[in-house]
Design a protein around this ligand. Structure first.
Ligand code: SF4
Ligand code: SF4
Length: 325
């Protein structure tokens, strides 16, 4: 097993920052992953309000530009610095895995791939749930990281999860020490109070209990925006005022908005708020699993934490499940 002493961790990060883009959890107005300029601002154990997905799946990606009769595709930039992202939690990492499944399998998306290829994922294993909204312990999350750090007294124990992680450790070997310390099963566990109890949520789709949540939903889409796993996007043309140039953009989209399922002729597939509300939850916990063998949701709790009316769909599902037992 390897360890890195906390006393030398900032030196290590400074060294990393010299040649790489360093991204870490930072608390400013809100907590988010940011490119670090000042190491003292990093809070490794912070479970960020905003997810890290914008670094790979950009909010706004130009796919091509049309100008003066010619199409131009933005060039990839292979010379970009390597990026080291530290402080990703188990839920964040599992969500990146799910986004990889969407953007790298079958036909890989070149823009997403470029950002993933240049990024080393360094996790920080939570020592406990950050609040009452985390429910990752019930989501069957897997190991997905290049390196994982475990907080152990005056050091971080380091687990290597990939060849890329091993090469990274070799590059900064002077900071890593062999140790007799080892990880106990409980070091790898995160015991959340909230747990999703039903394994199969299909029987609950038509239940009236959803109504109390649906009635409090504004269709504001905060839940989708904050979700590290949600990957839906929309495409639109941005035309300049002189009508000479047009950018085809890919932007984040949300199944909570009526425009998401509006098609030619003006028909909206999920016109009712109830249908939109339930679609998000069933996509996260049912439809994705039917196709990909795992839940899309990683149990990070961001959609509950960030909901203006604190709608807790996990509790609603648990209540229905409890009544049926
Ligand atoms: S954040 Fe809450 S109120 Fe807004 S769309 Fe999602 S569930 Fe509805
Ligand atoms: S659905 Fe909610 S709890 Fe699940 S990954 Fe998305 S934000 Fe996190």
């Amino acid at each position: 097993m390897l360890k890195i002493n906390k006393s030398s961790f900032n030196d290590f990060l400074s060294d990393v920052m010299r040649y790489n883009e360093l991204v870490a959890p930072v608390k400013s107005d809100e907590s988010r992953f940011e490119t670090v300029r000042d190491i003292s601002k990093i809070q490794l154990d912070l479970h960020t309000y905003f997810p890290a997905k914008k670094f790979f799946f950009k909010k706004d990606q130009t796919l091509y530009t049309y100008e003066k009769g010619k199409f131009k595709v933005p060039e990839l930039q292979p010379e970009k610095k390597q990026r080291v992202m530290v402080g990703l939690k188990r839920c964040d990492l599992n969500s990146i895995k799910r986004q990889d499944m969407m953007f790298l399998q079958e036909i890989p998306d070149p823009y997403y791939k470029e950002e993933r290829d240049r990024t080393i994922l360094v996790g920080y294993h939570c020592t406990g749930p950050v609040d009452e909204f985390c429910f990752c312990s019930s989501m069957d999350l897997g190991d997905f990281y290049d390196l994982m750090l475990y907080d152990k007294d005056d050091a971080y124990l380091v687990e290597i999860g990939s060849e890329r992680g091993r090469a990274f450790v070799d590059r900064y070997r002077k900071y890593f020490w062999d140790t007799d310390l080892f990880l106990r099963p409980e070091d790898r566990r995160i015991d959340t109070d909230l747990k999703l109890e039903p394994r199969d949520i299909l029987p609950y789709y038509e239940r009236v209990e959803w109504k109390k949540d649906v009635d409090r939903c504004f269709s504001c889409a905060a839940c989708v925006t904050l979700c590290p796993s949600c990957f839906c996007f929309d495409m639109e043309d941005e035309v300049d005022a002189k009508l000479c140039k047009s950018d085809k953009k890919r932007n984040w989209a949300s199944c909570q908005l009526t425009c998401f399922t509006k098609v030619a002729g003006g028909h909206v597939f999920r016109e009712s708020r109830e249908n939109r509300f339930k679609h998000r939850i069933y996509h996260q916990l049912q439809y994705f699993r039917e196709t990909h063998g795992m839940n899309l949701c990683s149990g990070c709790g961001r959609c509950i934490r960030g909901c203006p009316t604190r709608i807790n769909f996990v509790q609603t599902l648990n209540d229905m499940h409890g009544q049926d037992r």
